[in-house]
Design a protein around this ligand. Sequence first.
Ligand code: AMP
Length: 452
Amino acid sequence: MSFVNMQLAPSILKAIAECGYTTPTPIQKQAIPMAMTGRDLIASAQTGTGKTAAFILPALHLLNTQSTANGKGPRILVLTPTRELADQVTQAARKYGKHQRLRSTTILGGMPYREQLKALSQPIDLVVATPGRLNDHLERGRINLSRLELLVLDEADRMLDMGFIEDVEKIAARAPSDRQTLLFSATLDARIEKLARGILNDPEMVLIAGKEVNSDSIEQRLLVADNLVHKNSMLQHLADDKSVTKAIVFSATKRDADGIAGELRSLGHAAAALHGDMNQSARNRTIADMRKGKIKLLVATDVAARGLDVSGISHVINFDMPRFAEDYVHRIGRTGRAGSSGIAISFVSNSEIDCLKRIESYIGRSIPHHIIPGLEPVQPLRKTAEKRKMRGQGGSEGKARRFSSSQPKNYRGDSNRKTGNASAGEKGPARRKDPIVEYRSSGSGQASGRAR
Ligand code: AMP
């Protein structure tokens, strides 16, 4: 099925053609025709599958009909778990809706109220919002949902993870009962079913198998990291490795992406950061440089790397583990594309065990442990997270500087060294009197396998 056969308004088809989309993705092929019938829908689809267009295109099509209800509230409401995703959805709506009249706004938590109140005082077609702030406006009577025809829950599983369930349920309860509801989620489990039972009406199901990792083309490896210093040393080792020809390094925050890229550059590597604080032209330039091979190591955040399609990525390195399992699958899918093979290496510290467990249960297998000779971890990975320690550890790891100028170029496990804490680790090696050469790893290249 092509876009043209989907009965979408000509203005939408024109915008899609301008985006260069020739064929609908699998989720679009299934979800758009179903959504156009007006039925409720549950769709399991990951980020990167084209799911945004799968709900935005039918939403924009709906705006080509006249509203029969009075009032100025939105006809379409999209709820998303994060600000980044809300921004992305709004941008997508504006891109696909550029040839039609579209009055849209984004309502985000943590942002000033003034602009939001102004936007909500005008007649509006589409609101993209995070649930907490939207519910806040609803309770204060600043938004009226009586005109709502379509409610979209994007990444519903994440909204549940982030504790938004009550807000989502309250918002749905204030919308007309004959509205249409589309629920998108990377995972479909009992919680989602419960949410759907309360909010959706006899939904159709669309299941897109997206979570399978292509095990033939992507080799997954896990490197246990004692702390941040250890992670830095392993990253430096991989950056020096000749077989790492083009890599994406994933960091948890934008600041870390800048810090890691800067440090890699100072060590003589062709590295650059890619994150949401960069303007679009800087991002495009960076991606173009990566494609041309001018950049070997791209240090990115999840949001910035979404949809990133650069061929020939030899390695994906998870400097920090993603909090959400679907992000792991999305990250490692940047390599091993179009018939080539790739290696995905994850640095996992004891503070990241919960993430690892979630990922392994999501992908249905455990990730084989590897070591870099000379950079072996001092402490084994715990079986489960130690909650009390974890809080402190996770925090210091998040806030500590990614690279310390006083740290040695390489890292060697040292039983006298304090471990399990990033700042302790940073101090440990710096206090040592040993010459730097002693920290040098003995491996010639790739991390070697070690059965567990
Ligand atoms: P999403 O899963 O919505 O985050 O989309 C991932 C990326 O796929 C975005 O960059 C979209 O611009 C792109 N995309 C969406 N639909 C199509 C399509 N039919 N053909 C090519 N690219 C698409």
